[in-house]
Design a protein around this ligand. Sequence first.
Ligand code: ATP
Length: 214
Amino acid sequence: MSDQSKIPQATAKRLPLYYRFLNNLHIQGKLRVSSKELSDAVKVDSATIRRDFSYFGALGKKGYGYNVEYLLGFFRKTLDQDENTPVVLIGVGNLGTAFLNYNFTKNNNTKIEIAFDADKSKVGTEIADIPIHHIDDLEEKIGKVKVAILTVPVSEAQNITERLISSGVTAILNFTPARITVPEGVRVHHIDLAVELQSLVYFMKHYPLENEEQ
Ligand code: ATP
């Protein structure tokens, strides 16, 4: 992201959420949106939305709301949507294959451009036009890619992480349950789908929502 030194991290994390919703509104031809509409759609309370948007220099007008075009322009710049961000994926198993097919293209310019796997039967093939190379060739083929998605078995995660970092990767989306160790300056976001699902079920059972029928 470009100049966002004055945007708090919590606000920055909500940016993609706002961006996706506003982009849909824009496609539908809507010119403005109220904080109430936004709040209902992205499930963030309107006071938080107003505070977030004030960091972007977007001050909603009473009875008018926010200018969709202005906000989108700001988000594009801030999220570097005008620039392509290439991503590498390591581990073309079930989850990795799904990501290659999905490839995040609908909402932004962050795209998986290259994949690696250790399985010889996968190497040399392509999924959704993305070439799969052998993991042995990582250092040679990775190029200037800075962002990696990790979908390898847990036992491989740390070793692959170290190789990725030596090759210049500075951001890792880790889908393995491994708590990988990285040096300062490398950012890891950890998504353990099994834990997320378990936690959702736990909350559903133990903290029913007020308006939910028991
Ligand atoms: P599958 O059904 O294809 O095995 P999975 O997601 O259940 O998928 P995992 O054992 O988690 O399988 O492995 C994910 C992928 O990571 C597999 O395609 C596997 O070949 C690959 N893989 C295993 N070790 C490495 C490694 N060291 N480097 C790169 N890829 C690896």
